[in-house]
Design a protein around this ligand. Sequence first.
Ligand code: ADE
Length: 225
Amino acid sequence: MKIDILTLFPEIALAPLSESIIKRAQAAGLVEIRAHQLRDWATDKHHKTDDTLCGGGPGMLLKPEPLFAAIEALRGLDTLVVLMTPQGKVFKQAIARDLAQHSHLLFVCGHYEGVDHRVIEHCIDLELSIGDYVLTNGAIAAAVVSDAIIRLIPGALGDERSSVEESFADETLLEAPAYTKPAEYRGWKVPEVLLSGNHKNIAVWQREQALARTQKNRPDLLKLD
Ligand code: ADE
């Protein structure tokens, strides 16, 4: 898989993808990640990438010319062009699984108030948001989405089971609480059932706990069907 990130802040996009599992996935040749400076496609002498809004209003928008030039230079026949924006479809694990099937993703990162709408109409295949809040720029969001996708590429995770088990897991339930050793810490004990070796009882306990946790933290998930 190839991932290109077009942004005014290539270092912000690359920093979270330069350690640990994602670093190893790149070294193993599973994914090739490149970040590109949008300013390089601005042809005027000040390399201007933004301008004021037509019709008035506060803030600045990314101009169409550098974005069109960059996207046209970076995309190929198999490219999915994704704009990171708080106005996009909310990113979920199911979208990560779908994007992981693509051979080339180009993330276009918004900044300031966003991008000229002609870019969205004529260059963008998918608008994605990582949640209902506003970041200073889309490079952070592109790194988040890239991380979620790359860990799904077969071979990227050391323990392959983790992502396989996840993909079959009940998507309307959060995971049950989990414990490791020691069995007692500061007087707080690991629930006895988890030390019992009785896998049926453990599964029943985990299901109850998962339901209680979902009810407490994400009641919206239980109302899906
Ligand atoms: N850019 C700014 N905020 C964002 C968000 N929530 N998701 C994606 N891109 C963004």
